[in-house]
Design a protein around this ligand. Sequence first.
Ligand code: ATP
Ligand code: MG
Length: 330
Amino acid sequence: MDSGSKLRKLIASYGDKEEFLRAAEEIIEEEELKRNNLLARDLRNMLYRPNSSINSFKSLKIPVDNERRLPLLEIKKFKKDWTDLVVTTKIRNSLESIIEENNKREILSVYGLKPKQTLLFFGPPGCGKTLTAQVLSGILGYPMVYIRFDGVISSYLGETAGNLRKIFDFIRDGRWIIFFDEFDVIGKQRDDPFEHGEMKRVVNNFLQMIDNHSSESIIICATNHQHLLDPALWRRFDDIILFDIPNKENRIKLIKRNLRSVRTTSMDYHLLADNMKGMSPADIEMVCLNAIKRNILDNKGTISMDDINKQLSNQKKRITYQKNYIKLKD
Ligand SMILES: Nc1ncnc2c1ncn2[C@@H]1O[C@H](COP(=O)(O)OP(=O)(O)OP(=O)(O)O)[C@@H](O)[C@H]1O
Ligand SMILES: [Mg+2]
């Protein structure tokens, strides 16, 4: 069949997935015969990459835990971008360089170099670790594979290594953002004398899998208990990013961002940001959303400084209560 017929066949197959795949494969094979190997590889990657609509996640076989038959991971797509994220210039620069390196991996590979692929995100709750993974997923177009680390760690000795192997086998092909949440579980159990031996094996196993993985995915481990993690662990990551409580400039951006869709009376953003010192972006979001909700339910039309301050004092009480509760538990 000549090239023209193959193109006709491809276009005629619109709407029929099987027929489209066959026609696309014929075009790729022709390019391979012509020794246009780079083009052929690129086309095949486009066709079979996990976020191509050809590859619906539903047809993927999600690995499960042998013991409880629970899925070990969850796959999600995100359309988020920079506009969703308020971070310092330093963090933004680090993230942009990670994106650039991964987008230009072919150029780096010519020089025998690899892009940054293993990242550790740490910092207090609600400061953007999970959100940033979603933004990276949206910008790079890699679907996010969400894994709760404590779900992988099995109560049965030896199962954990098997679970990790299943995950790494699953991600071997394709490009994903692999997000290991609650990664500190490794550190937490390390101090437990009964867990010590097993945990050490799990950590070593995990590190070996990270070191040896040859996929084109980005692996992100997240924790808000970084003090529990071994310094030896930290060295294994290509980049480590602290997501801290926002500074004043970013608190102002967050307040404005959260109130952007509603009408307000004149606002003193500096004063509001001062009153919100020490709060996480998630707390600031909660204050603004509660003020918006109250406003809708009271049928008021515009939001005032007073409305925000009222919700702010409620949120502060909640934060103090949570802190005291955690102290009591510890
Ligand atoms: N840097 C940020 N910029 C904009 N919004 C943010 C930011 N950080 C957090 N938020 C808001 O707070 C929500 C919760 O944040 P996120 O889940 O990313 O926190 P986290 O750091 O992963 O916390 P945890 O340690 O509890 O898992 C986000 O979905 C977003 O709405
Ligand atoms: Mg999180």
